[in-house]
Design a protein. Structure first.
Length: 395
C-alpha cells in the first residue's frame, strides 16, 4: 500500500544558498526520522520509531523541478496485517513529512507488516517492561477507582461510563475495565461492537469516546450468559490487568458487579491501591444495602473514596420531584464515615434524566456531544465536579 501527500509548512522556502545540495538528502532523512519519533502508535502509546516500525526513509531529489523538491518514501512495518489504526498512523506520518519546513517534500508511505519473529520480539520486550500487572509497579501514578453498589438497578454502569467519558474529555488518559462479569453492559453504552486486537497474545483495549475499554462482553457476546465462579472469575480480572496493553493511563475505572462478592475481593487483592466509589439511590432500600458494599473496606486493604447519589430528583416544570425519596447518599456517607473512622464524603448528587438511558443506549455517553466534547449541561457539569473531586483538581 502506498500513500502520497505533498506540501510545505506556511508556504515554505527553498533550501538556502549555503546548503550543501549533495548532503541535504541525508540531512532530510535524519530530520524526518526525528519528526517521526513524535508520532505515537495510538494503541501501544509508544513512538513508532521506538517500536521499530520505521524500517527506512529514502530521499530522492525531483529532477523535473529546479526548486528544492524531494520525494520521500517512508517504509513502515505495522504490528499486524490489517491493523485497524493503520490509516491513523499513515495520516500522522504524512503530516510529519509534508509539514517539513526546510524543503518541499512529497511523501510516499510504503506499508507492510512485521515478520512473526520481529513481532514476537516486540511483544516480549513490551511484556518484560510491563512485568505482568502494570498497576502494582512501585511508583505507578495511575489513580484507580472501583465503582461499586450494594444492589443492581442504581445506575452504577451509567455513572462509570459518563465519569470515564468526562475524565477523557478533560484530558486524562482514561481506561475502564468492565468487571461485571455476569451483567456486562459497558460495550453497548460505549457503542463498541468490535473485539480487541490480539497482538500475539497481548490484547489492545478498544478505544471509544477517548476511553480505553475491555470487557468480557467483547468476547462472549451480550446474548450469552457467563457462569463463572471463584478462581476462574479472579483469573478474568488478572487477564484484564496483565494481558492487556494499557500503557500508562492517568486513571483506571472498574465497573464492579453489584454486591460484595468475589470480584470485589479480587480487585482488592490485585489492586491494593484502588479506592471504592459507592453508588446509591436516595431510598433506604438502596442506601442500606450500599453501606454494606462500603463496609467491605473493613476486610480488605482498600479505601472508600466517597459516595455518589444517583437519580436524586426529576426536574419537571422547574420543580424537583424526589421520586425515590431523599437523603440516601448522605445516610451512606454518614454511616460509612462512622464505621470506617475517616471521612467518606457525599461526592455528588445526580438527577434522574431519561436522556441517560436514551442517549446511552445509542452508544454515546450522555455528557458528550456527538463530536466528543462535553455538552455543557447541568448533568455534565456535575460529572466534571465529580471527576475533579476524585482526581484532586484539574488537568
Amino acid at each position: 500500500m502506498v500513500q502520497e501527500q505533498s506540501g510545505m509548512e506556511n508556504g515554505g522556502s527553498a533550501v538556502d544558498d549555503q546548503t550543501d545540495w549533495e548532503d541535504f538528502p541525508r540531512r532530510i532523512k535524519g530530520e524526518v526520522f526525528e519528526r517521526l519519533s513524535k508520532v505515537i502508535d495510538p494503541e501501544l502509546g509508544r513512538s513508532i520509531t521506538d517500536l521499530g516500525m520505521i524500517t527506512d526513509i529514502v530521499v530522492v531529489p525531483r529532477r523535473d523541478n529546479a526548486d528544492a523538491d524531494y520525494d520521500v518514501t517512508v517504509r513502515v512495518e505495522l504490528t499486524i496485517k490489517g491493523c485497524p489504526l493503520s490509516q491513523t498512523i499513515t495520516n500522522q506520518i504524512n503530516g510529519a513529512v509534508s509539514s517539513y519546513p526546510r524543503a518541499r517534500l512529497s511523501s510516499h508511505i510504503d506499508v507492510s507488516s512485521m515478520s512473526e519473529e520481529k513481532l514476537n520480539n516486540l511483544v516480549a520486550d513490551l511484556k518484560a517492561a510491563r512485568r505482568s500487572n502494570p498497576f502494582n509497579r512501585p511508583g505507578v501514578k495511575t489513580r484507580i477507582f472501583a465503582i461499586a453498589s450494594g444492589k443492581g438497578g442504581v445506575g452504577k454502569s451509567s455513572v462509570t461510563v459518563n465519569l470515564a467519558a468526562t475524565l477523557a474529555a478533560l484530558g486524562y488518559d482514561t481506561a475502564v475495565i468492565d468487571a461485571d462479569i455476569y451483567g456486562f453492559s459497558l460495550p453497548g453504552l460505549f457503542g463498541v461492537d468490535t473485539q480487541p486486537t490480539n497482538l500475539n497474545g497481548m490484547l489492545m483495549p478498544v478505544t471509544s469516546w477517548g476511553v480505553k475499554l475491555i470487557s468480557i462482553g467483547m468476547f462472549a457476546g451480550a446474548d450469552r450468559a457467563i457462569l463463572w465462579r471463584g478462581p476462574r472469575l479472579q483469573r478474568s480480572l488478572e487477564q484484564f490487568l496483565a494481558d492487556v496493553w494499557w500503557g500508562d493511563p492517568d486513571v483506571l475505572l472498574l465497573d464492579l458487579a453489584p454486591g460484595t462478592g468475589d470480584m470485589a475481593l479480587s480487585v482488592a487483592q490485585a489492586l491494593p491501591n484502588s479506592e471504592l466509589v459507592v453508588v446509591t439511590t436516595p431510598q433506604p432500600s438502596a442506601s442500606d444495602v450500599a453501606v454494606r458494599s462500603g463496609l467491605v473496606a473493613l476486610q480488605i486493604p482498600t479505601r472508600v473514596r466517597g459516595v455518589v447519589e444517583n437519580m436524586s430528583w426529576y426536574e419537571h416544570k422547574g420543580e424537583r420531584l424526589h421520586i425515590f425519596g431523599e437523603g440516601g447518599g448522605q445516610r451512606v456517607s454518614d454511616q460509612l464515615t462512622e464505621a470506617l473512622g475517616y471521612q467518606v464524603p457525599l461526592l455528588e448528587q445526580l438527577p434522574l434524566q431519561p436522556e441517560v438511558r436514551t442517549v446511552g443506549e445509542s452508544g454515546r455517553p450522555v455528557v458528550l456531544k456527538e463530536d466528543g466534547s462535553l455538552d455543557g449541561s447541568d448533568l455534565s457539569r456535575r460529572f466534571v465536579n465529580l471527576a475533579r473531586s476524585l482526581m484532586g483538581g484539574g488537568v
